[in-house]
Write a protein that binds this ligand. Structure first.
Ligand SMILES: C[S@@+](CC[C@H](N)C(=O)[O-])C[C@H]1O[C@@H](n2cnc3c(N)ncnc32)[C@H](O)[C@@H]1O
Length: 260
């Protein structure tokens, strides 16, 4: 196994602009964040290590939009560079977020953020700034992600990270926190991965009345809640039933009738 300091040398040898490139590779190995043909937004993208990895992963039919306060130089590899667009701006400003939304054409499959504040050396201040940047990235993800889309965000460990994690969990199928091997040993950064953006109008545990309008291939009743398909076990077309939501997937969910 490579020692942590070896990532710097490896990046040099393999033509990646930063050792951070290996963090995105490891996060993607863990949770399959980026697929071929995806449209990806990369926040805090300079100097461009994650951009290179994302451009490789999306393939010739995919696109990557990189945003940073710093100017990002064109990628040396012309084939990869064709998939990439860069925006110079501050993600805490509405005008930058508007530019990103325009460039994305309204929606994308993946939002990743490696944004980090300029370090003051005072941990509590740096941590609070990191959390603020992570919250900005989360807002951007909620605005841009398609149903089923994925989100990765860096944050420094500390107060209120659990709240951020819980908020991500509410909006995705699940959330996972991890510190990739390529992070420096002394680093207090973690990455939160939100898998499967939920745009469904219901959440696990909700109770509501639904009308069964169809029957599924396995005999479950099917209700429609604002166009979202809900499978209700033991119910038949025409029934009006009070149900509890048991499981919410991006494009359909499961519910159980409540006991009378
Ligand atoms: C750790 S570096 C990113 C490294 C990058 N993922 C790579 O692989 O090369 C963090 C970046 O976040 C950027 N950043 C910090 N605050 C930002 C903000 N408000 N808007 C946009 N970018 C920001 C910094 O300029 C810096 O380039």
């Amino acid at each position: 196994m490579a020692r942590k300091d070896d990532y710097y040398n490896r990046a040099k040898q393999q033509g990646y602009r930063s050792r951070a490139a290996y963090k995105l590779k490891q996060l993607d190995d863990l949770e399959n964040v980026i697929s071929g043909r995806d449209a990806v937004v990369d926040l805090g993208a300079a100097p461009g290590g994650w951009l290179q990895v994302a451009a490789e992963k999306v393939g010739p039919q995919g696109t990557v939009i990189g945003v940073d306060l710093q100017r990002i130089k064109d990628l040396e590899d012309e084939t990869l560079n064709e998939r990439v667009e860069t925006i110079r701006g501050d993600m805490t400003e509405a005008k930058t977020r508007d530019r990103v939304t325009d460039a994305a054409g309204g929606s994308v499959d993946v939002v990743v953020s490696d944004m980090a504040p300029n370090m003051s050396g005072e941990y509590s201040l740096d941590q609070a700034r990191s959390l603020y940047l992570a919250r900005q990235a989360f807002e951007t993800a909620l605005e841009l992600l398609e149903s089923g889309g994925n989100f990765v965000v860096k944050v420094f460990e500390g107060p209120d990270v659990d709240d951020l994690r819980a908020d991500i969990d509410d909006e995705f199928q699940y959330v996972r926190a991890t510190a990739p091997k390529a992070s420096r040993e002394e680093s207090s950064e973690i990455y939160l991965i939100g898998k499967g953006r939920l745009t469904a109008p219901v959440r696990e545990g909700d109770e509501l009345e639904v009308e069964i309008v169809d029957v599924g291939s396995e005999g479950d009743g099917i209700a429609s809640v604002d166009g979202y398909r809900l499978f209700v076990s033991g119910a038949e077309p025409g029934d009006v039933v009070d149900v509890r939501i048991e499981d919410v997937k991006p494009n359909f969910g499961f519910a159980q009738p409540l006991e009378e």
